[in-house]
Structures are given as C-alpha cells and as structure tokens.
Design a protein around this ligand. Structure first.
Ligand code: ADP
Length: 245
C-alpha cells in the first residue's frame, strides 16, 4: 500500500495564483522520492499540503489509506500524523526559535522522551548532521549551512517515519551536500523521504524515483529516465542541469 496517495490535488493561493493543477501521485514506504522543478513550480506548496499545514483547494489526499479530511477532524490523529511525518522547511529560521541549537533539537522529542533517552536522541541527531560542536550556540549566530544542518537535526531527533525536505541543499557546501546525500541513502528503507529541490543534480544522485513538476506532474520515473527527459525535451536549463555536450 502506498504511504501517501494524492488524487487530483489542486491549490490556488487566496490571491488567485495557481500553484498546483490536478496533481495525482503516490509515495511508497521506504523510498526516496525527489521532486524537481523550477522556481514557482509548486514544490513548496506541495510539501506544505503533504504536511497537513495547508489544505488543497480541491482533490483528495490519503495517508496510509486514511483521508486527510478524516485526520483533520481528530486532534489525536493530527498529533499522530505530526509524530510520523515531519517537514524540513525551506527557510531554516522557521524551524529554529530557541536560545541554543541543543534546545531546538530537543524541542520535538521533549514531548515524547525524557532523561537519558532524550539526551541520546538529541546527541544522535547532532552527530548525524555533524554539528555536536554547535550545540550550545545561538541559532542566529550560525552560518546559512550550519542553520540548515541544525534545522534538519531538529527533525531527525523526532525520528519520524517520513521526512519531507524543501530545498535541503540550499546553503550547504560540497561536504554538506555529500553528507546529506549519504545520510538519505543510509536512512531510506527505514524512513521515507520526499525531497523537493531545483538542485536536479543532487536529486538525481540521491533518490530512487523522480517527479518532474511544473504545476502539473510532467513525468514520474527513475532518475536515469528523468535525466533523459530533461535533456531530450530541452528542459535542462529549466531543471538546473547543464545540457549534454
Ligand atoms: P516552488 O517551491 O516550486 O518554487 P511555490 O510552491 O513556492 O513553488 O510557489 C508556487 C506558485 O505559488 C508560484 O507562482 C508562487 O509565486 C505562488 N505562491 C507561493 N506562495 C504564495 C503565497 N503565499 N501567496 C500567493 N502566491 C504564492
């Protein structure tokens, strides 16, 4: 069974701007799914919808067979959903609001664990993102890449089943990108990832399956096929890849 099923999901912002037009897609347990699309393609909107933060203008969404409408009606179901599905926002400042990185990384699991268990979750998340040395720093003192790592750590510490990531490589240097790629490859299988990015190269090297999005689903398939479509249809510049020589 698919983890998420989206059926004809559309979204228009209150000012009338259409962000998504009749999107249908499924996300399967344990996969790393990449969503590639240019600026304004609707990637962030799609992740906000899948995180239950905004509701589609029309269409249906199911998580493990249960409709979002059903989940939204019941506080305990919303809580359970948020325990299982977490979004790493495009803007790390949305995720970092405490006086230290440690407190931010502690914030999610604090409601689920205590004592040594909590300490271990925090330490593990800091280690996975290579930022133990930043634990006692104020998030606002960090560089863009350090903030990005801290924001990802604050989601990892919750140990969700599904991690949605919006432009996770923005601000990361080459080492940061490589270690994030290794982390996703190591964790997929046990966790499910949906990663939206205009960094097509990162996505194509990291994920199992790719969706090309531009308000609509243009293509869904494996990374090699996606690359051929991008090159064949001369979409290279649109999707941030250099055309083949
Ligand atoms: P992406 O993440 O692929 O860059 P977005 O989901 O952010 O795309 O945006 C999709 C479309 O919706 C764009 O045309 C964008 O201008 C518009 N949009 C995004 N956020 C808002 C908003 N808060 N109000 C109005 N329009 C918005």
């Amino acid at each position: 069974m698919a983890l998420f099923d989206l059926l004809n999901v559309s979204y228009s912002y209150p000012n009338g701007r259409v962000a998504l037009e009749s999107i249908s897609l499924s996300v399967y347990e344990g996969e790393a799914l990449g969503i590639i699309g240019p600026n304004g393609a609707g990637k962030s909107t799609l992740l906000l919808i899948m995180s239950l933060l905004i509701s589609p203008t029309s269409g249906e969404i199911y998580f493990k067979g249960e409709s979002f409408r059903e989940i939204m009606r019941d506080e305990s179901k919303i809580y359970d959903f948020r325990r299982r599905v977490q979004l790493v926002f495009q803007d790390p400042d949305v995720q970092l609001f405490s006086s230290t990185v440690r407190r931010d990384v502690e914030f999610g699991p604090m409601h689920l664990k205590s004592g040594k268990d909590l300490e271990n979750s925090v330490l593990n998340a800091l280690r996975l993102m290579g930022i133990e040395h930043l634990a006692d720093r104020h998030p606002y003192e960090l560089s863009g890449g350090e903030k990005r790592r801290a924001a990802i750590a604050s989601v990892l510490s919750i140990d969700p089943e599904v991690i949605l990531m919006d432009e996770p490589t923005a601000d990361l240097d080459i080492n940061g990108r490589d270690s994030l790629m290794r982390l996703i490859k190591m964790m997929k299988g046990n966790k499910t990832f949906v990663i939206a990015s205009q960094d097509a190269e990162f996505i194509l090297r990291t994920v199992d399956r790719v969706i090309l999005l531009n308000k609509k689903v243009i293509f869904s398939g494996n990374p090699e096929e996606a690359l051929q479509i991008i090159r064949g249809e001369n979409l290279a510049s649109l999707y941030g890849l250099l055309p083949q020589k």
